[in-house]
Design a protein around this ligand. Structure first.
Ligand SMILES: Cc1cc2nc3c(=O)[nH]c(=O)nc-3n(C[C@H](O)[C@H](O)[C@H](O)COP(=O)(O)OP(=O)(O)OC[C@H]3O[C@@H](n4cnc5c(N)ncnc54)[C@H](O)[C@@H]3O)c2cc1C
Length: 467
């Protein structure tokens, strides 16, 4: 009789081994505990096997095995899913982290990258040619989940979302077929993978349009005392409206980190930071920064010319792998006085040293594409919030999560929408996902799901139920 290891029988494992060129990692194997770790330290799952793929053929073999044997399985790109959608207990993890090829073509300003590439890797390769595409704010996040979930980043107001720059993709479907998705082929699938998450298949290759981004960017942050919060947020809402698309800002509420540029007496003090990344002419940026400085003396600031790859690393120390985290997200069209009061109340309830509040500025190129250009559902929002609960001790977990959820609930009256597939700590029920996309988009997503994955094989995600 077949021996069962972590839910997968020896016979099944043998059938995958034939022709599989990557690594098959099983419980008890050397490296298993490292291989099963995901970014979110609160997720501790034990897959029956991790199939670390090295090619599209490996992915096809793994998908076929999972489908034919009814296995629970997860698709893993960079492993940064907040709710832990890239791992599972007992079943199979289709791990793309062995698929790292990156091919930049400076002549056409395009890059083709395999599904296991992270943003740090992609940025380094494209910046070698003075080129870039909008990427995530943290270098170790995967291009896979981020792009299929839409992708917001420091360059988005000028260059659009990551997924707005996707030219084509290679996708392994539920039936094992490998197809190209682009504006001229399988265009419904191409529409769906730009904001609909990993619902339709495994994207093994992404081709992006790159843009010239040579020379240093003026970037950094200005940090204000929490006591100035009300005046600062009122100033910010007017100032943000005046900014050119070259400048993207994020408001953060956090404790001053122990970095060299932070005066020692301020370290640990809560306050509001405005993070700015300016990719245009430095004199335009200087003018905008001067206005922020003129608002009132900050506790400290750090604005300097820096290479794009350094800009991309700014948030890395705040969110290292292994962070125990949960988050909820709303999007908004503005900062009314009442909205500012709700933000202030909830910031005041944040446990010092824990949690982070990030209020991203959208608009610019993101808002210029028509609403139905892709599956992304937040083009008409001007801001997107992330209420990130972080804890170390298990004993603090419930309180941290309750803080994030209360923030989210209390902000709902000021929100335009209450969900982004990349920024949700839960796997929401179908009704919530449907409401987030709106009836027209959700119906279109359901039809695409029904065509490409009628049996809902790909379901460890913010799931769209096939129509
Ligand atoms: C520290 C941190 C920083 C972040 N910063 C940003 C940010 O700046 N901008 C932003 O938009 N989001 C950001 N996010 C959210 C992030 O985009 C999502 O969590 C995203 O899903 C992560 O992608 P991944 O490949 O690393 O994750 P994974 O956990 O590997 O995958 C997440 C989901 O995507 C699916 N998936 C992954 N790869 C593929 C693929 N190749 N084909 C099909 N499906 C796939 C998985 O099955 C899973 O459902 C951040 C998250 C973290 C933890």
């Amino acid at each position: 009789m077949a021996q069962v290891l972590g839910g997968l029988s020896d016979d099944l494992i043998k059938s995958l081994e034939q022709g599989f060129r990557g690594n098959l990692i099983r419980p008890g194997d050397e490296g298993y505990d490292d291989a099963r770790k995901v970014w979110n330290g609160a997720i501790d799952k034990h897959p029956g096997m991790i199939a670390r793929c090295t090619s599209t053929e490996d992915v096809v073999a793994a998908v076929n095995l999972a489908r034919d044997n009814g296995l629970t399985f997860a698709v893993r790109g960079g492993s940064h899913s907040f709710p832990g959608n890239s791992t599972c207990d007992d079943g199979l993890v289709i791990d793309l982290s062995g698929m790292k090829k990156i091919d930049v073509d400076p002549a056409t300003r395009t890059v083709i990258a395999e599904g296991g590439v992270t943003w740090g890797e992609l940025d380094a390769a494209t910046q070698a040619h003075g080129l870039a595409v909008t990427g995530g704010h943290v270098t170790h996040t995967g291009i896979g989940g981020l792009t299929t979930g839409s992708g917001i980043g420091h360059l988005m107001r000028k260059l659009g979302l990551t997924s707005d720059n996707l030219l084509e993709a290679e996708v392994v479907l539920a039936d094992g077929r490998v197809v190209r998705a682009a504006a001229d082929e399988n265009e419904d699938l191409f529409w769906g993978i730009r904001g609909g998450g990993g619902n339709f298949g495994v994207v093994t290759g992404f081709e992006y349009q790159l843009h010239e981004l040579a020379g240093p960017l003026l970037a950094g942050l200005v940090f204000y005392d929490a006591k100035q919060g009300r005046e600062f947020l009122r100033f910010y809402r007017d100032w943000a409206d005046t900014l050119p698309d070259d400048i993207t800002t994020i408001v953060g509420y956090m404790c001053a980190p122990p970095f060299p540029f932070v005066p020692p007496e301020v370290v640990g003090q809560p306050g509001f930071a405005v993070v700015m990344v300016c990719q245009g002419p430095h004199d335009v940026a200087e003018k905008a920064i001067k206005a922020a400085r003129d608002f009132g003396p900050p506790l400290f600031e750090m604005i300097a010319p820096m290479p794009y790859v350094a800009v991309q690393q700014l948030f890395d120390p705040a969110l290292p792998p292994g962070t125990k985290a949960y988050l909820k997200s709303n999007d908004r069209t503005g900062y009314s006085d009442a909205c500012i009061e709700t933000i202030l109340d909830n910031c005041a309830r944040m446990k010092p040293g824990h949690c982070q509040i990030l209020l991203f500025q959208l608009g610019g190129a993101v808002a210029r594409l028509p609403e139905d250009a892709t599956a992304f559902a937040q083009r008409s929002a001007k801001y997107m919030d992330a209420y990130i609960a972080i804890w170390e001790d298990e004993a603090e977990k419930d309180e941290a999560i309750a803080w994030s959820r209360r923030f989210w609930e209390e902000m709902k009256p000021h929100a335009r929408g209450t969900f982004n597939p990349n920024f949700d700590g839960d796997n929401e029920p179908a009704a919530v996902v449907a409401q987030a996309y709106g009836p027209t988009k959700y119906a279109r997503l359901q039809a695409i799901k029904a065509k490409y994955d009628p049996g809902n094989l790909f379901r460890l995600n913010q799931n769209i139920t096939p129509r």
